[in-house]
Ligand binder design. Sequence first.
Ligand code: SAM
Ligand code: SF4
Length: 333
Amino acid sequence: MPTLTPLIDAFGRVHTNLRVSVTDRCNIRCFYCMPAENVQFKPRHELLTFEEIECVVRVAAHLGVNKLRLTGGEPLVRHGLPVLVRKLASIPGIADIALTTNGVLLAEQAQQLKDAGLHRLNISLDSLDPETFFRISRREGLDRVLAGIAAAKRVGFEKIKLNAVAIRGLTEPDIVPLSRFAREQGLEMRFIEFMPLDAEGNWDNEQVLSGEQIRAVLEAEFGQLVAAERDDPSQPATDYHFADGGGSIGFINPVTQPFCASCNRLRLTAEGQIRNCLFSTEEWDAREILREGGSDAELAELFRASVGAKRAGHGINSDEFLRPERAMYQIGG
Ligand code: SAM
Ligand code: SF4
């Protein structure tokens, strides 16, 4: 298949970035993402096989997609993930493959992932305090996450990012310890605003601890942060450096400072639906094409249809905002 016209939407945004969810399952139960109990996971046969994911990504690469992020659910609970990484890394045009993980199973898999060709890692960690970790994730596991971070460094991953969802009234005491830890460990700390994608539908604007509020807490502790140059405008984080040069902090502020105008991301859910936005209420069915003997050209048209329907922004702050039916773990964060 030759390189095709790029995926440009009605607002001129060129889509080069695909987030691939490999499972809706997870080994912990963060309250901002999953229900506490009785989660209805998709049966195995509904999930795309590695070969099917590879096929979709190959078509996406012909349409100009060059960056992938594997996510979920928890991607490391999908058996044999390094095999998928290796397949995707060999697709011409794919220049960068990243993984977002809660880190619980990372110590066991870091070396294989590195060997398979994974380029970058984001590890989610909201608190270094075992009690807060448990309140958020409703499971034990902090020690394993810390072991996962150590293993990732040991096997040679560079520029590892640590992602923390910030919750007002809960994680204010974690801002400084997490940032200090990241600085000491040579990791890039990033704080993410809580979005209305929790499975239990409890999200409330009052729980959003904004990036600006976090920055104020950090500046009170570490002194003024220095804005970093923005070399990739589609990058969702606004980055700062500590004034002494020791590390950087990023803020992902989808609620208080939406970055939709520069969004270049598409998503593929674990069961093979293309989404043009986390908050999309519509999906485009790639699995049906794959399983009914459809062609690469049909998959390419599906991508185009999805991109063509992309709205200007998510509209979280507007009166017309509709929460998507699916929660974060079902979409792929
Ligand atoms: N299980 C992996 C993990 O937690 O890193 C990957 C999937 S998770 C859905 C991807 C990212 O989305 C994580 O950093 C998580 O903290 C974040 N996330 C989940 N629900 C969120 C929400 N309601 N608002 C903001 N970020 C959220
Ligand atoms: Fe699992 Fe990640 Fe969702 Fe937490 S945010 S429940 S680790 S999928």
